[in-house]
Design a protein around this ligand. Structure first.
Ligand SMILES: [Zn+2]
Ligand SMILES: [Zn+2]
Length: 278
């Protein structure tokens, strides 16, 4: 299988621009926001724009796109108002994915804020099962760094939400988050152990996307700050094994590496291609 790798790219000026933005950094798949992720806002995509996005994707992409939902969405919340807003926002995202021909919508479980782990997972499952998810669109639960009462840091939480939903959902592992949550990825042996544990607890058949990021903080710190590939605490040896692990060969990769300190997505995608041996 050919390597599917890309970055989180901008849709400024129209969602169809994401394709050109992805090609420009050397990506052949990747991630977008459909609107500013810091506010409650619905995607605003007209039919022609969607058509151009689909044509461009067909022409220039090899792997799938994924939509990352708003950071305000909290599936685990015990608060009714926030639950309703999260539900409406998620429905708008899965509908936008359907319009754009995007197979995946990536979401964080959010924080249970006092509902407890079991209560939080029950809340999240109930929101997901209240959605009308179009055929051809799958919700991916993203692994979390696990700070505070945020769920998704432990692989057991990912398995717990899969077990609770009637809806078919899958998982996106963010390497920086998993590492911060305590899953070591800094040596070839540690990568093998973490992948085996994921397979044991969640099942590799549920892994549909990877956010490939190095980490500015050490393993188990619960601190979520991404670093350039090979330059963080995961480092080159861990990244090299992750990229060449036989069970991960087909997983599409979206980079969310920093953009403000001189190394671009293009640099990071090149680095991934160098570390991958096929
Ligand atoms: Zn995320
Ligand atoms: Zn991520």
């Amino acid at each position: 299988m050919s390597l599917k790798v890309g970055a989180h790219v901008s849709i400024a000026g129209g969602v169809d621009n994401a394709v050109a933005n992805q090609v420009e950094v050397g990506g052949n798949c990747g991630q977008i926001f459909t609107h500013s992720p810091q506010v409650w806002q619905d995607p605003d995509i007209d039919d022609e724009e969607a058509e151009r996005f689909r044509e461009g994707t067909e022409r220039d992409m090899e792997g799938p796109w994924v939509i990352h939902t708003s950071y305000l969405v909290n599936l685990c919340t015990p608060k009714e108002g926030l639950r309703e807003k999260s539900l409406d926002s998620m429905q708008a995202e899965v509908d936008a994915a359907d319009k754009l021909g995007i197979p995946y919508v990536n979401v964080h479980l959010g924080a249970h804020t006092g509902a407890g782990v079991e209560g939080g997972l029950d809340n999240a499952a109930s929101v997901i099962d209240d959605l009308d998810v179009p055929d051809g669109v799958t919700i991916l639960i993203e692994s979390d760094a696990g700070a505070g009462t945020k769920l998704g840091g432990e692989f057991e939480h990912l398995a717990g939400i899969i077990d609770r939903t009637e809806t078919d959902i899958d998982v996106c592992v963010d390497t920086a988050h998993a590492f911060a949550a305590g899953y070591d990825l800094s040596t070839p042996e540690a990568v093998d152990e973490t992948v085996a544990e994921f397979d044991d607890v969640v099942g590799l058949e549920h892994l549909k996307y990877v956010h490939l990021n190095d980490s500015k903080h050490e393993c188990g710190t619960n601190k979520d700050e991404h670093a350039h590939i090979g330059e963080g605490h995961i480092g080159e040896a861990g990244m090299e094994r992750f990229l060449n692990h036989p069970d991960l060969a087909d997983a599409p990769l979206a980079l969310e590496t920093p953009t403000e300190d001189g190394k671009s997505f293009a640099w990071n995608i090149d680095r991934v291609r160098e570390l991958r041996r096929d």
